[in-house]
Design a binder for this molecule. Sequence first.
Ligand code: G3P
Ligand code: CA
Length: 388
Amino acid sequence: MGTQESYEQQGRGTGRRALLGAAVLGAGGAVLGLSGTAVADARQGSGGLKSLPVPTIIGHRGASGYRPEHTLGSYQLALDLGADIVEAGDLVPTKDGHLVCRHEPEIGGTTDVANHPEFADRKTTKVLDGVNTTGWFTEDFTLAELKTLRATERIPANRPHNTLYNGRWEIPTFEEVLRWQEEQTRKRGKQVWIYPELKHPTYFRKLGLGLEERVAKLLRKYGKDRRNSPVILQSFEPTSIQRLNKLVDNPLVVLLSGATTRPWDFVETGDPRTVADLIKPQGLREIAGYAQGIGPTLDLIIPRDANGNLTTPTTLVADAHKVGLVLHPYTMRNENPFLPASFRKGTDADAYGDVFGVFKTYFATGIDGVFTDNPDTGVLAREDFVNS
Ligand code: G3P
Ligand code: CA
């Protein structure tokens, strides 16, 4: 479905750095010549979104390559490893209206809820954005109940070492993340950025648990609802971003899944357009009317062939830049199964392939940043790229 990324395989190619991102470089883009960790922070001017290094390294669900995703342990490590901004978190609501950090409402895959006999009768099957889904759902739990659970590794076959940390961290709330952000900013003497995503906004609104107002209320409470606030908001549903655009001034990003998919809000409202329509010049112009960026799946930038190899880059980077949108595609992962075929090394599902080669290929397209489960790899790849 359009709102869920599968663990798809990604990127290959060659290509040397030309410019650090074309689009918004413009007159003030004195980026070339910067090196190492200094990298490029000038491209989009100064202040707010423009103060982030480019290409921006975004810690996907924290540093989920090394720790169970969406835990304070994962977020903390992402900062320690050099992420410029942390996806903290994907947001879903509890029964009593609190926002918590989980990638989806179903929590059987990322917590120990199955080991809690007191919650056995909460297991159920629901239709989530058109898909029959069985498990335990955040909207059926109070926050107090969810806090008795502990996070676990989602993909132990690919990340067996991460299971060491199963049971260590609880599910964070968005409010805890905002406090953590402030605390980390103080401790590190450097502004910490976060990049929360609103998950399944139409689904939750129909349940009486609208996300946008709750997000806006918390951002206002912590003084982080402004254009220059260190918080970027993202969603796969354009109408959710439009709603946010009326509530807050934060930078906004529309996520884009595969070309043939339709955002779930479009399905619900009968809008026939697919992602392929949204990435045409007219669709991008429209998005630029209420958002500052797009977060496309990597395949929309360099499609893969039937064998899993990268093909020719599309014009999406240039087209989006033309209307002033930044591009933060998702998701780079180090392990073989997630890499384009020609970048894999051996066949082990938990072994790393030539991910530096993949980063290099994608950076060469002019993207403005990338979500990665392995922020340290991303930071090194950026250094290579900037210094090449
Ligand atoms: O938020 C960018 C990227 O995270 C979208 O994919 O499914 O991991 O939330 P997903
Ligand atoms: Ca996300």
